[in-house]
Design a protein around this ligand. Structure first.
Ligand SMILES: Nc1ncnc2c1ncn2[C@@H]1O[C@H](COP(=O)(O)OP(=O)(O)OP(=O)(O)O)[C@@H](O)[C@H]1O
Length: 593
């Protein structure tokens, strides 16, 4: 393997990457399509002078914007929200009551409505810090069911049974084509929602959201806080829904619990799924199909709307499991061609980046990683039973043992994914035993997983550089990797991609869980050279591996585990003749080592 000379940055996109918002071509196309459709469908009724359609499209624009914000949460954050209409309604009701009962002016009432809706939506999503997906979905479902009932029960205060007429002066001033300000603001909000989604998708925050959604463990091992990211996504969706709810008041001039029923939450959710979660323009198609067609075109069937939503969602999901846009994308988008030398290029690039700032300063006599008397029991199984280990900077330390001997459990305990019943973990002398996985990653621990974590919705370039690409990446590589879909990567390339990503965080201790599994012979050689070079650069590498040839070729020290304990540690040559090793590893011949 040769290391290519590093060229000065020529990538015109560097600045946008640094700002974190380089919107991909296909997403720009979707944003443009969304804005054009919103403008045409919203302006046409004014051009034609149809008051009925003007009012219908005003609500449609608000619903589209709310669904797009929900789609950011669903598509980027991977979370389920069955109660967005409750947030929408909380903002609208607060604004309406502030304007009528408290007599505040319109703008102050609107601002209070948005703030309260945002706080309400975010606080009810606080469990996102600990749980995700359907657990959270059911919490939001409860909120969606309870809010309208509460509004009805506090009738004296909310005037719920009769509803509250709200006048919003200023918003009804007529401008061009008979449009008033609320029409204009609703159109702008719907159009802007596509832009906001595209910006989030292209940003560092958006990439982190996706990682946290796809693999919370991988996110934590990269120093991210998946719970906080999930909560931030709920906060963003709540802010968007609150803006829409606050505009609903001047749009209709009337609020009542019946305007924010549970079925509205289901409409938003189904609109996202039917359109295609994660696609920027998908929710617009979903709202048109699920709301506009049954409620406006076939308004006589309004009482069957839940049934209609269900039937349309059922049929669309049956034919297009990834939603309408997902189907179109899979039909027409190409995954890009894979460079046959990609593995070698990745290895070269990761080493050349790493060599920029070798970890010499981290070398010391003190072990880079010390595990002392680690014990962990699962039921009756003593997965770890007093394991101790020392790993030094600048070395590759192999960890071998029969299946079930406790190697992965030890890696999980070191990286903070499980707690220890007994024992301690130190990194360069600092006790990290009680730190979270995220804090450990930020303290210099990096790890890979048995099944490599690659994020298929992202390009190879995004997968490698979740934050920013290095200054010296040349334009040709930048463009090629940006056009390569991660879906097209082979197993070996996925392993190298995951390793590359971990190395961009410059860990001082690298934990690898069976990195050679599934690699070809040449990929294994490539991996061996990369690990040797990393150790030369000062990294402490803990290599859990069943491929003993690789371990014996590159490790400076080898430890053997049996029944949750480290039973042997020594140099490969010293251990090669140890009779215990053969019996533990199932009669491995010397030739294999
Ligand atoms: N979360 C868990 N719950 C229950 N038992 C567990 C759990 N994690 C590990 N174990 C058990 O602990 C023991 C050690 O498992 P571990 O995965 O650490 O072994 P390993 O040496 O990594 O095996 P392999 O080489 O097959 O990956 C096994 O008996 C396993 O079934």
């Amino acid at each position: 393997m040769t290391t290519t000379a590093r060229e000065p940055s020529t990538a015109p996109h560097d600045r946008s990457w640094r700002l974190g918002v380089r919107i991909r071509h296909e997403h720009r196309t979707e944003v443009t399509a969304g804005i054009v459709i919103v403008l045409v469908t919203s302006l046409l009724p004014f051009a034609l002078g149809s008051v009925y359609w003007q009012q219908a499209m005003l609500l449609v624009d608000l619903y589209v914007a709310a669904a797009v914000f929900l789609n950011i949460l669903r598509g980027e954050g991977g979370q389920i929200h069955f109660g967005l209409a409750a947030v929408f309604g909380a903002a609208a009701y607060t604004e309406g009551m502030a304007a009528t009962i408290c007599g505040l002016n319109f703008w102050l009432s609107l601002a209070i409505g948005v703030v309260i809706g945002f706080v309400f939506g975010t606080v009810t999503a606080l469990p996102a810090l600990r749980v995700q997906s359907y657990y959270l979905g059911f919490i939001t479902l409860a909120v969606a069911v309870v809010l309208p009932a509460m509004l009805l029960n506090y009738n004296d205060f909310t005037h719920a049974a009769s509803g509250i007429p709200v006048v919003s002066p200023g918003m009804y001033t007529t401008t061009v084509w008979g449009m008033n300000w609320v029409d204009i603001v609703a159109i702008i909000l719907a159009a802007l929602s596509f832009v906001i989604h595209a910006v989030v998708r292209a940003s560092r925050f958006g990439r982190h959201l996706k990682v946290a959604a796809d693999s919370p463990e991988a996110a934590a091992s990269l120093g991210m806080r998946p719970g906080v990211l999930r909560l931030a996504a709920f906060g963003l969706a709540s802010l968007g829904a609150s803006l829409c709810g606050a505009l609903y008041v001047p749009a209709t001039g009337f609020i009542s619990p019946g305007a924010f029923p549970f079925t509205l939450s289901i409409l938003f959710y189904f609109a996202v799924i039917v359109g295609g979660a994660g696609s920027i323009v998908g929710p617009l198609l979903g709202i048109y199909l699920l709301y506009l067609v049954p409620n406006v075109v076939f308004s006589g069937l309004a009482q069957y709307r839940l049934l209609i939503y269900g039937c349309i969602a059922f049929i669309v999901m049956l034919i297009f499991p990834d939603g309408i846009i997902g189907f179109l994308r899979s039909r027409f988008a190409s995954a890009g061609t894979i460079d046959p030398d990609l593995g070698e290029r990745l290895s070269e690039a990761m080493l050349s980046h790493h060599a920029d700032a070798p970890l010499e300063s981290r070398r010391s006599d003190e072990p880079a990683l010390t595990v002392t008397d680690a014990a962990r029991q699962f039921g009756n199984v003593h997965a770890l039973d007093g394991a101790s280990l020392e790993i030094h900077a600048g070395t590759v330390h192999g960890l071998v043992g029969a299946n079930g001997s406790g190697k992965t459990t030890l890696l999980n305990a070191i990286s903070g994914f499980i707690t220890l019943d007994r024992g301690s973990v130190h990194v360069t002398g600092q006790d990290i035993t009680t730190l979270s996985a995220t804090r450990r990653a930020r303290n210099g621990l990096g790890r890979t997983f048995q099944a490599p974590r690659v994020f298929e919705d992202m390009s190879l370039q995004e997968n490698l550089h979740l934050d920013t690409p290095p200054d010296h990446q040349d334009l040709d590589t930048w463009q090629r990797w940006d056009q390569t879909s991660a879906q097209a990567l082979t197993h070996g390339q996925r392993r190298l991609t995951e390793l590359y990503r971990v190395l961009t965080r410059r860990p001082s201790v690298l934990l690898l869980d069976e990195p050679a599994a599934g690699l070809s012979a040449s990929e294994r050689d490539e991996l061996g050279q990369v690990l040797t070079r990393l150790a030369q650069d000062g990294v402490a590498v803990l290599l859990v591996e069943h491929d003993l040839t690789l371990v014996w070729n590159i490790a400076h020290t080898v430890s053997v585990m049996e029944l949750g304990k480290v039973v042997r540690t020594g140099t490969p040559s010293a251990l090669a003749d140890d009779p215990v090793i053969d019996s533990l590893l199932g009669g491995v011949s010397n030739a294999q080592r």
